[in-house]
Structures are given as C-alpha cells and as structure tokens.
Ligand binder design. Sequence first.
Ligand code: NAD
Length: 238
Amino acid sequence: MTNIVILTGAGISAESGIATFRSSTPRWDDRALEALCSAEGFAADRYKAHDLYDARRAQLAQVEPNAAHLALARLERHWQRENRGEFTLITQNIDNLHERAGSRQVLHMHGELDAARCESCHRSFPWSGSLAVREDCPACDEPALRPDVVLFGEAPYHRQRSEELSARANLFIAIGTSATVHPAAGLVKHARSNRAITMEVNLRHSDSPDFRRFFEGPATREVPALVDYLTIESGAEG
Ligand code: NAD
C-alpha cells in the first residue's frame, strides 16, 4: 500500500488565471492588500475586505480547472479504485478548482472563497455572489457572516488531521507552493519522519532540503506526466 499526500498552493491555479500570492495584479503583496488579508486589517476595514473577497469569489466564475487539477482528480479516482492506499489532497488555496476538476476529498487549510462563516455560531455555509458586511446568519440570525477564509494571524483549518495524514504518507508531493506559509510548509517534515518519498513540482526550487525529487516546470505540464507515471507504475490507467 502507498499512502499519498498531495499539498497544493497558489501555483497550481496560476495557469487557470488566478494570480499567486507574489505575482498578482493588483499584487497580493502590496502592503495594503496584505494587511487586508490579516485578522487585524480585516477588522479595521471590513467594507474593503468584503469587496476584495467578493471580487475573488466573482473571479471563480471566469476561470476553469486546468490540466494539473484534472490530473490530481484522476489520480484520486485511480488510487481508490485500485485500493492502492490512502489518498489525501491538502490545499492552501481558497479557490474551488480542485472540486470542479472532480477531486472528492479536499482539505482546505485556508478556507474557501465560496463559503461564509458566522462569527457568532461558527457555522459555515456555501456562498455565491457578494457577501454584505454583517449579513444575517441563516442559522442563528446574528448579523455576523464573513468570508470563510483563514486570515493571517488566524489558525488554519485541519491542522492536526493534515499532520497525521502526512506522518502516514509514503509519498508526499508539493505542487505550486513557495513552502513559506506555516503550518502547511511543515507538513513535508511529518512525511519525512515516515521516510516518505518527497517530491516538489514548481517553476523554481523552494530550497527546502526535505524534498528529495524536484520536477521543474509549469504544473499543467509536470503534474499530468507525474500522474501518468504513478498510474501506469501501479498497473492500470485511471
Ligand atoms: P505563493 O504565492 O507563496 O507561491 C506560489 C508558488 O507557486 C511559487 O513557489 C511559484 O514558484 C509557484 N508557481 C507559480 N506558477 C506556477 C506554475 N504554473 N506551476 C508550478 N508552480 C508555479 O503561494 P502559496 O505557497 O500557496 O502560499 C501563499 C498563500 O496565498 C496561501 O495561503 C494561499 O492560501 C494564498 N493564495 C491562494 C490563492 C488561490 O486560492 N488560488 C491565490 C493566491 C494566494
């Protein structure tokens, strides 16, 4: 059995037209913009912050999953059908392109653009369209809905589960992530503790010594080729 953990970052969605953290227009690393993505900045200017997430939510309708998202969904189907071991897809992305490509089980460590969360009862709801500041919660009626995304300074979702699954992995593949945002960036160490084979797919090496294989190039080229190899290797096409 081979337990696989895949960790994706903004780079896998770049070729779908969603800008990465460090190369957007307007740039995500503009100080003002970065501040809005922090818990403090969000609280200081909720109107601007909601506008920002409304625009990103609206952008989802303009973009499509790319060949890398589709290949990972194919790998998941294959792994489950052939009973090859656990398959886990962990993403730092807040877009919904993995789900739209057909991935079934996706752990979103940083939340989801197409969901809203109540700051009062803490429930989360699927959300499309714009989200007004202090919109009423459909469950508790408090005017306390906000985008269900994890802001800088807030605790990521699924941390313990992601670490446990990584510590059981035999193969760990990070795709399109700069490996700088923790705790996601530390998952590879949990995989290494299990002597997992660790691979990185990126335009440039993250310089992390924890990755033993590096596939240099765009995700839409490298990921389908890697998935072909893994599915042919294990005996049947997915
Ligand atoms: P990052 O912007 O820090 O790094 C992106 C990485 O992707 C870089 O290492 C870059 O070299 C690589 N990359 C860019 N284009 C690529 C391509 N075509 N193929 C392969 N690799 C490519 O992103 P991160 O590591 O995910 O962390 C930053 C944070 O920004 C995360 O918290 C994430 O939630 C958030 N974010 C999410 C989205 C999204 O949901 N699509 C977009 C921007 C930022």
